[in-house]
Design a protein. Sequence first.
Length: 422
Amino acid sequence: MLDSLKIQRRQSEIRQQLAALVGKEKPTEDEIRSIETMDLEFRQNETRYRAALIAENEEREEARGELETRSAQEWADMMAGFELRQVALALDEGRQLDGQTAEIVQELRSSGGFRGIPVPWQALEQRNTVSTGTPNPVQTRPIIDRLFPDSVAARMGAQMISIDAGALEWPIVTSSVTAGWADGEAANVPNAAAYATTDRPLTPDHNLGVQMRITRKTLKQSGAALEQAIRRDMAGAMGQAMDQAVFLGTGANGQPLGVITGAATYGITTTAINAAASWSAFRAAVVRFMTGNAAGSPAAVRALIRPELWAFLDDILITGTAVSEWDRLTQNIPAGNIGMTSNGLAAPAGDPLAVTSLLTTAAGGVAPIFVGAWGAVDVIRDPFSDAQSGGLRITALATVDLTVARPAQLEILTGLQLVAGA
């Protein structure tokens, strides 16, 4: 029992006893001494009660922080025990899932329909492991992964949304409600304006898939290393495709409509520079963000650029100084807010060569881009294609879509030429 609660109960008992004694017209000396003793105890208890409340409030705050993070930590710990190797063996040999892997799969099956074995998105995260070989005549070392481009969608402020089922919409305010002054003592304020919103939907219309062929030799030779190899390869391949779709998705052939490709559809401002790339071109865009209340300072802006643009800006020096255009850019937009990609932006094209850049900002804590992922990754086995060789062919399917929250939080710069004086 809490100390404050114990003190409260004791105070109630003292009040009852005092009420009975004070009500007497002629109390005895013992009763008077008892009144004095209980009065002193009551005043001391008041001090103890305040101290107990302070101490218990601090304990509550500490416990609240622990409770807020406990569920997320427990979920992360559970995901850390998910073994993708069990999924591969279950699909190949029919082996039963066990442990935390079986619990997670059962939970996912109860919340959605899957043809194969569902794999949670968190299970595709890369984990730090140490793999050692077993003494053999021939020792197989850890698998060397393929090279994938780094993901830049998260660096540009895109927010990943997990959706169980159905479509999801965000109502965004689009009204032009303004305040106005009454023109005179008896005059009215301006007329009422409609409060309007526009829905930004995420719909489960786009399916992304990865097919993997695992040979019998790989299944027998790699052992536990296969778990991490499949995880990294699947995450890398799907991450590359998703990252590219966020910016360059065509909106056709099953792809979602990307931010740059669908700029006109989303209502994103596109500014044609058609001149040599420089900090001044980015500065003008930052000023437009600030005047549109989308950013409070250049440090709140994120920029997505091609590596060729970085090389060009770094090579152009301000006349008479050792300061480059890149130095001017990073002095205003932090280097941590600049993402370089050869996957999310189209290669230089035209004569002279020119590239495109994307600027974003998270106004009011709202992400500029929402990426929705439905349920989990559905892993399905094809038992026929590689049956003759004893191999395993699996397909990983994911349903993904994206949308733009507020077009004012994004701007595209086109025609950033990579030729000085062009």
